[in-house]
Design a protein around this ligand. Structure first.
Ligand code: GCB
Length: 604
């Protein structure tokens, strides 16, 4: 699943822009074959963007089911004789894509790419009608799971057990691209180094290239490694092997030095057939005792759990918003973030690689927890029950792990796979459910630590799955959901709990969430929840505790910025635990964090 690119043998055109748009309110589009003729609609919709907040009509925002997108696409005339591909960076949550009415691609899962070869359906130099039907429904069989209910007023409504709004649509780019008949289909790069970091260290690059195409067997593979200035530093022949980089410059937190691996397919006469350039960084990741090591040196995570979430565009990718978010991360002294609670757009991962930002990469497996039933007002009682987390859920969970690792395996920024957020981890069935998933992640990528994010209800005594994982990631809300407004008691409870985890497992521990809802502009001299002062004091309290616990290797505040959620009495215009408001203005806590993260004692 290589990200498409322009190159000496490939061309890429973006299909982003305006599409005709129709909401399938009666759920009849597939039955009536809407793909067979131009969409009967006056609406237009922008891609990339979630559609929910773009229109003024409530009925669009609250729609449950399919929406349809359509546009004409011209195939460049120079592409005759090439293979032609259509690639979606994501479609949330299910999609069917049609070329002139013919189904060419189907995908389930809202945050990972999919593509289809459409060579036989199109002609270079002519146009075709691209129709994409996108389904926003979450069910027991999807990840994240959800349930469509009928309200007392007789309307279909989507319910779910996670705390962010169910934005949907084509929130990331769509591309049309060409490749030669024989193409580089996949590249895997695993790096290491010998010697101490610095001049004289020698990098090792294990690579594996897969070719695809009828005549792939007649082609040979060669690879060239280029440094950041474009100078060739190593070469090799063969579809897999190891190359050495003398005097290697390591990829480091804060310094995202990247090399390129140019993978080339050549024919029997040595002519170049296809070329794909894969950026990579040379770095190692290791858990040793209770330490988390990057390049053999202890690393302490500072930063946030984030969301792809902005006014109007929802979860839509926007280059300007992305650069702004990274700029704020740098300003505040964050060295890392978690892609809570789903894989983020590939542009974000590439940016993190280039700028040396460390990433905990998470699947969309959030809400697998019946204990939240009260909070979200749904009826589930047990989690690992055929009525909730079923075999179908597990199959989708396997798929999201496979697709995440396939997409992100070459990103040096990614140092941990988080395979779920706050699943029920104490109930009978949790171990049977998670053991094969943890194993799957390890088999797919034996080089990175694997973890899941633990929920407050399932403390060190109750949890029955943590030993299956390499790191302990905890979300805790002492001083917010419990000990509300009582930071002294919260401090005691937090410390006691962290010490219990530390002595039971001796593994590195990261606080992946801690935070307090805060209304920007509300001030108080007292311990008043929702005030800017309380948020800052709350964070200071956590930091005092972290500094007393040796196994703590990181702190990710919940959340980077305020974000949209579903309706409920617990949320006022969304979740307000951001250090920044939704439009990225700093709250008092942002200055608290900036101060701490610039002076953190003995910690990077
Ligand atoms: C959590 C969840 C996160 C919520 C957060 C909260 O534990 O992981 O998705 O938004 O708590 O603010 O309640």
């Amino acid at each position: 699943m290589l990200k498409p690119q322009n190159g000496p043998t490939r061309e890429l055109v973006t299909l982003d822009g305006l599409f005709a748009f129709r909401v399938d309110s009666e759920n009849v589009g597939l039955r009536d074959g809407w793909q067979s003729s131009p969409l009967d609609t006056a609406l237009e919709m922008a891609v990339p963007a979630s559609y929910n907040d773009v229109f003024a009509e409530k009925s669009v925002r609250n729609h449950v089911g399919w929406v349809w997108y359509e546009r004409e696409v011209r195939v460049p005339r120079g592409w005759a004789g090439e293979r032609i591909w259509l690639r979606f960076e994501s479609a949330t949550h299910g999609a069917k894509a049609f070329v002139d009415g013919t189904l060419v691609a189907e995908h389930q899962g809202g945050y990972t790419p999919f593509e289809a070869e459409i060579t036989e359906h199109v002609t270079a130099g002519t146009t075709f009608r691209l129709t994409v039907a996108v389904d926003n429904e979450l069910t027991q069989a999807t990840i994240p799971p959800g349930k469509v209910v009928v309200t007392e007023a007789g309307q279909r409504a989507q319910t779910y057990m996670h705390d962010f709004y169910n934005y949907a649509g084509l929130a990331r780019s769509i591309h049309l691209y060409s490749t030669p008949q024989v193409r580089v289909e996949d590249v895997t790069v695993v790096t290491g180094f010998e010697g101490t970091p610095g001049p004289g260290a020698s990098g090792t690059v294990d690579y594996r290239i897969e070719l695809d195409g009828a005549a792939a067997a007649d082609s040979a593979v060669r690879v060239r490694v280029l440094d950041a200035s474009g100078a060739e530093v190593a070469t090799a022949d063969g579809a897999s092997g190891t190359v050495a980089i003398p005097d290697v410059v390591l990829w480091q937190p804060g310094r995202g030095y990247l090399y390129s691996l140019v993978a080339e397919a050549v024919d029997a006469s040595g002519e170049l057939v296809d070329s794909y350039t894969q950026p990579f960084g040379v770095r190692t990741v290791e858990v040793r005792g209770s330490e988390f090591l990057i390049n053999g040196e202890p690393f302490y995570f500072t930063g946030f759990g984030m969301h792809e979430d902005h006014a109007v565009i929802g979860k839509g990718y926007s280059a300007a918003h992305m650069v702004n978010d990274f700029s704020l991360l740098e300003w505040i002294g964050a060295n890392s973030f978690r892609t809570s609670h789903y894989p983020y757009s590939e542009e974000i991962m590439d940016f993190a690689d280039r700028h040396g930002i460390v990433v905990i990469d998470e699947t969309p497996a959030v809400g697998l927890n019946a204990d939240f039933a009260g909070f979200f007002g749904t009826g589930a009682k047990k989690t690992y029950d055929p009525d909730f987390v079923s075999d179908e859920t597990a199959a989708s969970h396997r798929q999201v792990i496979e697709e995440l690792i396939a997409r992100d395996k070459n990103h040096p920024s990614v140092v941990i796979w988080s395979i779920a957020n706050e699943p029920q981890s104490s109930e009978e069935g949790a171990r049977e459910y998670f053991a094969p998933l943890a194993q799957l992640a390890r088999n797919l990528d034996p080089t990175r630590p694997v973890g899941f994010v633990n929920v407050m209800f399932d403390n060190a005594e109750k949890d029955i799955i943590t030993d299956l994982f390499d790191v302990i990631m905890l979300n805790r809300y002492y001083g917010w959901y419990v000990n509300t407004g009582d930071l002294a008691s919260a401090e005691k409870a937090l410390e006691a709990e962290l010490r219990a985890w530390e002595s039971k497992y001796g593994k590195p521990m990261i606080m992946t969430e801690y935070g307090a809802d805060t209304l920007a502009g509300f001030h108080s001299l007292y311990d008043a929840p929702w005030s800017e002062e309380y948020q800052a004091d709350f964070l200071d309290m956590y930091h005092r505790v972290f500094d007393r616990i040796g196994a703590m290797v990181g702190e990710h505040v919940w959340n980077f910025a305020d974000f949209a959620t579903s309706n409920g009495t617990m949320r006022v215009d969304g979740n307000k635990k951001g250090a920044f408001t939704r439009d990225r203005r700093p709250k008092t806590a942002a200055f608290t964090l900036r101060k701490r993260w610039s002076e953190i004692p003995n910690r990077k």
